[in-house]
Design a protein around this ligand. Structure first.
Ligand code: HEM
Length: 416
């Protein structure tokens, strides 16, 4: 069946078992499966995963779903949907703006949004450039490195910790916990052990952040954590637990996706040498290229879970109340009804309306910061490492497992 925007037929739901979707092949390249979903089952129940989900994969449906008030993000209401999604020990960390609806969401977002305006973020440029330089100074003399471990992961981590005011001495510990959460499912351990390890990491991070907030209350320092403490103690706009959950969200959202994006973007460029040459010849294209790279292979393939508050219908498929709905951002961003030749990387592509940063009220709060980090970081890699190339064939890159909420690499061996 060919895809076209106007008059695409309504298609009955065809459930697919998660085992068919979440394979090694899917982890390596999910885009053929996304195309099959868009064409054959654009609203598709996936069964047998940790929780059953309806996946929405066409661009127009995805945008509609991300602004549909019948799809709630309030996972902590009376139904306690968070238990199905995050497990029993997660309450402390995930009750934040991303998992709430207006007006709660708007209250939580408004308190931090001032820190992420383009103007405030621009002021961070020299510090971000300094972090990039300090990382490159260490790797350039070696001629090879694991670009995830040595650059893509530490850079956004340094930036967000600096912004929040997390002491440098704690960075490795914090990174250890967030990496357990990020790489969940990639070891050979049984799933129960993996889940236990994630819960343990979440718990330790939760305790660490709660202690840090107390320490900073007693001895205020520069950084956003103290701004959040002021919003709690002085202005009464945040509760004590919300100071911790907001810090966790900013910390996690602030480095995980950006790290995976820098990794994915580097692989995309190194496996499309013609596009790399275009970008090296015309560095002014970088901002547009960053958008194209995000559309081409973004780090958050599926938006965070939404819950249907009533029976709803998309593409003629009934999604019963209480269902979990996943909007497949990376499938929507390859919808040929909206992007010509969507599987082609084209750094000269007109800046398109991709949804790599989401859409609607939960649109990425850190978009300006993410863009700046990616432009400075990827720009420096292209300039300072002229011979940059993959250290292993592209099909041997070790990736996060198919069931991971993130699309990224476990390692990225490169030479230069
Ligand atoms: C939300 C993508 C970097 C903070 C989101 C959403 C997406 C996204 C798709 C919406 C999720 C949903 O609706 O379920 C990305 C990508 C990034 C990135 C692709 C990097 C390339 C950052 C950075 C920060 C950040 C650097 C800094 C703190 C947030 C926050 C939210 C969010 C706080 C929740 C907003 C809300 O609920 O209102 N991001 N993000 N993100 N992002 Fe980002």
């Amino acid at each position: 069946m060919s895809e076209n925007q106007a008059g695409r037929p309504a298609i009955p739901a065809q459930a697919i078992p998660a085992s068919e979707l979440y394979t090694d092949e899917f982890a390596a390249d999910p885009y053929p499966a996304f195309a099959r979903l868009r064409q054959g089952a654009p609203v598709c129940p996936v069964t047998g995963a940790r929780f059953d989900t309806y996946l929405i994969s066409r661009f127009d449906d995805a945008k509609a779903a991300l602004t549909d008030p019948r799809l709630s993000k309030d996972l902590y209401g009376p139904e306690q949907h968070y238990l199905r999604i995050f497990g029993p020990n997660s309450e402390g960390l995930n009750k934040n703006m991303l998992n709430s609806d207006p007006p709660e969401h708007d209250r939580l977002r408004q308190i931090v949004s001032q820190a992420f305006t383009t103007r405030r973020v621009e002021a961070l440029r020299p510090r971000v450039a300094g972090f990039v330089e300090s990382l490159l100074e260490k790797i350039i003399p070696r001629g090879e490195c694991d670009l995830m471990r040595d650059f893509a992961i530490p850079l956004p981590m340094m930036v967000i910790c600096d912004l929040l005011g997390i002491p440098e001495i704690d960075h490795d510990r914090v990174l250890g916990w967030t990496q357990v959460i990020r790489t969940s499912g990639s070891s050979r351990r049984p799933p129960e052990q993996e889940r236990a390890a994630v819960q343990e990491a979440q718990l330790r991070l939760n305790h660490y952040l709660a202690d840090l907030v107390q320490a900073k209350r007693a001895h205020p320092t520069a950084g956003m954590i103290n701004e959040l403490i002021d919003a709690c103690d002085r202005d009464g706009k945040l509760t004590e637990p919300e100071v911790v959950t907001t810090t966790f969200l900013l910390l996690f959202a602030g480095h995980q996706t950006t790290a995976d994006f820098i990794g994915n973007a580097t692989v995309a460029l190194l496996t499309h040498p013609d596009q790399l040459d275009v970008l090296r010849a015309k560095p002014d294209l970088l901002p547009a290229a960053i958008e194209e790279l995000l559309r081409f292979d973004g780090p958050l393939p599926v938006a965070s879970p939404r819950i249907a508050t009533e029976d709803i219908e998309y593409q003629g498929v009934r999604i019963p109340a209480g269902s979990i709905v996943g909007v497949v951002i990376n499938a929507a961003n390859h919808d040929p009804a909206f992007f010509a030749e969507p599987d082609r990387l084209d750094v000269c592509r007109e800046r398109g309306p991709h949804i790599g940063f989401g859409h609607g009220v939960h649109y990425c709060l850190g978009v300006s910061l993410a863009r700046m980090e990616a432009r400075i970081g990827i720009g420096a890699l292209l300039r300072r490492l002229p011979g940059l190339r993959l250290g292993v064939p592209a099909d041997q890159l070790r990736r996060l497992p198919a069931g991971s909420p993130f699309r990224g690499l476990l390692e990225l061996p490169v030479r230069f």
